[in-house]
Unconditional design. Sequence first.
Length: 683
Amino acid sequence: MGSLHHKIGACRKRGKELTQSPENSTDGRCRVVIERVSPEIDCSRFAIKRVVGETVTVEANVFADGHDQVGCQILYWREGAAPQSAPMKPVGNDRWRGEFTVDKIGSYEYSVEGWIDRFRTWRSDLEKRVAAGQDVRVDLLVGVELIDRAAARAAGDDAQLLRQWARRIREDDDKSAAALALHEELLAVIERYPDRDLATRYEKTLNIVVDREKARFSTWYEVFPRSCSPQPGRHGTLHDCEAWLPYIASMGFDVVYLSPIHPIGRAFRKGKNNSIAAQPDDVGSPWAIGSEEGGHKSVHPELGTLDDFRRFVSKAEEHGLEVALDIAFQCTPDHPYVREHPDWFRARPDGTIQYAENPPKKYQDIYPLNFETADWRSLWQELKSVFQFWIDQGVRIFRVDNPHTKPFGFWEWVIGEIKRQHPDVLFLAEAFTRPHVMYRLAKLGFSQSYTYFSWRNTKQELTDYFSELTQTELREYFRPNLWPNTPDILPEYLQVGGRAAFMVRLILAATIGANYGIYGPAFELCENMPLHPGSEEYLNSEKYELKCRDLKSKVSLKHLIAKVNRIRKENTALQSNRSLSFHETDNPALICYSKTTEDLSNVVIVVVNLDSFHAQSGWVNIDLETIGLDANHAFQAHDLLGEGYFLWQGARNYVELVPESLPAHILGLRRWVRTERDFDYYL
């Protein structure tokens, strides 16, 4: 059982204990102090997240006593590899900054090292003495010693060059020698070989989890395989769902997410609209997992076989789609676990097993697992084996149902175990719960997280929420995945806003978020009928019955979805959240924001009419510095969505958006530059 015997999440002791005896303390000659290193999550308790090819920007306060100058660097290494270094530069007030790139998936570590920079200190003092006209002969000899030491640390031609420099300074007259000593080339060579004998290393080693690119940028489509049958009333199969793959791919999605595909229990099966009394032909909820046909490692017989599933995964790949599988750790009364491991469930005083409740709601068809069982080690290992089983079938993405109802310690352990063996596996946390709980799950290892986007509708709500997610420490570990709707959530905005409301929420999700998804085809067909007023449940919910939809319906938004997803793929700026910036508008019904690439080669500005009923107009006031534009030059704004072109000048520009036609601009910017012959532009 190995690491299971260790207490998960126990506090780790940091720092050095003070002693009364100097000879037992650390080397007292180490004078550099390193403080406030960032990013650092919860005093190094948790890792930050990156994807392959991204940079890690590290800052720290680095200083020493007295007037000596300091130098510092980042040390970083991939697990099992030799350390590398990256220089840090001062940014003011003893704050230093540097960066490095992570180029492989897996685990990295990093720290900061600082030292007294004796050569820079000497060089600075020499400049002052020369400027004051003082005798610097002895000072030059001190410098020669420093250069000789650097030559001893150097290699190849640099060592020879430094020795020659030392000899010339020693032999030349003071004026010439001082000029040589202050030469920038000498400084550049010496800085390649700093004296770090008495360097201070930051007392903590910090961690990075590096994922593949799909952790940062992905486009999800959720489907119930059993509703993919072309014949009304017939239970769909994985073969039927396979026939949908070209349709899903044509809209530009790259992840096809399947609701649970396991056998569904019969005991206490729920009927249509979650009714307690099920009819003989009711199919039950896919999240009511387990029957005599098997449990979490089985395929529902009416969907097909395990071979059919493996074929589905392969066919999806041919269409540029990756399969995400729903993992819901809960059981029906018919699940084999109930019979084989009754101690994994909580017994009530009358001898019955406790079913799931959210008073006053009762879910008699669901038995929660008891993670406080004395046999918790075996339970953890079994649940880990569920992930491993589907990994063996080709799955590399898991959407985890309600992870906040299972222990934090379990998730930290199981995700860590899986990613050590399969670092390419991604986990999406479906946890609509309190913020701190959602953030904790992300820290523990979930690659992406559901958000409150479904309930953030106004300009202020969207601005505040996504500024928090993308411009604070949260962005170091919490990757939002935005969903306008889910099988459980039909927001009021979609219920009352008509077709335009679906357009608005699609564009917001796809452009504010680098990761987003829709529950289809309910979304593209604009299904918006709630179970009853005030409810966010769908009337005649697909969770409890089969659906047969017309994918060729004229009301479908599939063409708009395809265009938006194509824009996302063609504009690198939209494939990350780190550059998201909001801009002022004088109309609260209009929201404006931008995204850019780091080098500003790709700039996208989005303006959305949040009012799905009325045309709205107003002035947007763009922070030109944020997007790298000059207020004195015009720039062309190409509406990638509506195909229009606008020539904008300066920060303040007018927009007018009509919701029923197109409620948003997605603007790709082209800056104007003067050429020898005329004006031209570049992307």
